[in-house]
Design a protein around this ligand. Structure first.
Ligand SMILES: C[S@@+](CC[C@H](N)C(=O)[O-])C[C@H]1O[C@@H](n2cnc3c(N)ncnc32)[C@H](O)[C@@H]1O
Length: 264
């Protein structure tokens, strides 16, 4: 076993890496990924659609909203188009703080620290459930200037809705006006009754650790923020790239996504 992480236990970052076609995963992650895909066969399509949403949303926040700093919590293992690469393609001076609680992401963090000379990236091993500690440690960010807070496919690992709302409130509360929240999380609202029942069953039996949220619960994370068009949408429908080769349906990518701005 590698020091710091248990390869015999499935981890969300490595399972997601498996679904995305990456190589940084172990037998336990692949088994868990295959088991979940039994109750949700579109899991791989959903993972790709979510990653594509992250890319489009960061590009929007950097290019159209002009934001130059990002706090990306629940980073995942490095893959193509990590947040700093998308943001620094728009503006090389962009600064990014990555945060994840999986030691294996830490082990691969070097690939996230390939900043442009004009910008900067740093990595924190920390848990989303400790938002104050994250804010205290995000030293390279200037909290007097707009920040893009990225919570993409991470909040659904927290089962408790109230705790999740409190965390988002703490993080958003620390950001200045003009900051943006990029949010995505799994929902069963968009599924057929059969698929929803299978998902609920996999949660009940402990096979899944992905706790879906309703549209109303998703919207509650955006209280006090201004939604960017098109508002809350299945990730595949949030400003899709006209030249994209994959067009996942809401059932295939049963994940809500939104970008919202903190007003003055
Ligand atoms: C499905 S991946 C999403 C990666 C990336 N945000 C994306 O959308 O492509 C979820 C990530 O969140 C991390 N994660 C899960 N629970 C967390 C927590 N409580 N605190 C910090 N990171 C967490 C996992 O380790 C994993 O890397």
């Amino acid at each position: 076993m590698n020091e710091g992480f248990d390869t015999g236990v499935a981890h969300p970052a490595r399972r997601y890496n498996y679904w995305l076609g990456g190589k940084d995963n172990f037998a336990a992650d692949r088994e868990s990924g295959d088991l979940l895909a039994k109750s949700y066969p579109a899991a791989r399509i959903a993972a790709r659609a979510n990653r594509a949403f992250l890319r489009r949303a960061v590009r929007h926040v950097a290019a159209e909203a002009g934001v130059r700093q990002f706090l990306d919590i629940g980073t995942g293992l490095p893959t193509a188009d990590n947040t700093h690469q998308v943001a620094q393609r728009v503006a090389p001076e962009s600064r990014i703080v990555y945060v994840d609680n999986d030691p294996m992401v830490m082990a691969h963090a070097r690939a996230l620290l390939t900043s442009t000379p004009e910008g900067e990236t740093t990595y924190l091993e920390e848990d989303l459930r400790n938002p104050e500690r994250i804010l205290e440690s995000a030293g390279i960010l200037d909290f007097t200037k707009p920040i893009g807070l990225i919570l993409v496919a991470v909040l659904h690992f927290l089962p408790d809705q109230k705790q999740s709302q409190e965390i988002v409130r703490t993080l958003v509360g620390a950001l200045p006006a003009g900051s943006h929240l990029v949010l995505s999380l799994a929902t069963t609202d968009l599924l057929t009754p059969e698929l929803k029942a299978a998902w609920d069953e996999s949660l009940r039996t402990g096979r899944s650790d992905v706790h879906p949220r309703t549209r109303e619960e998703f919207a509650s994370f955006l209280d006090g923020l201004e939604l960017v068009s098109p508002g809350i949408a299945p990730v595949g429908d949030w400003r899709p790239d006209p030249d994209a080769t994959e067009h996942p349906t809401p059932v295939e990518a049963s994940i809500f996504g939104a970008v919202a701005r903190k007003p003055s």
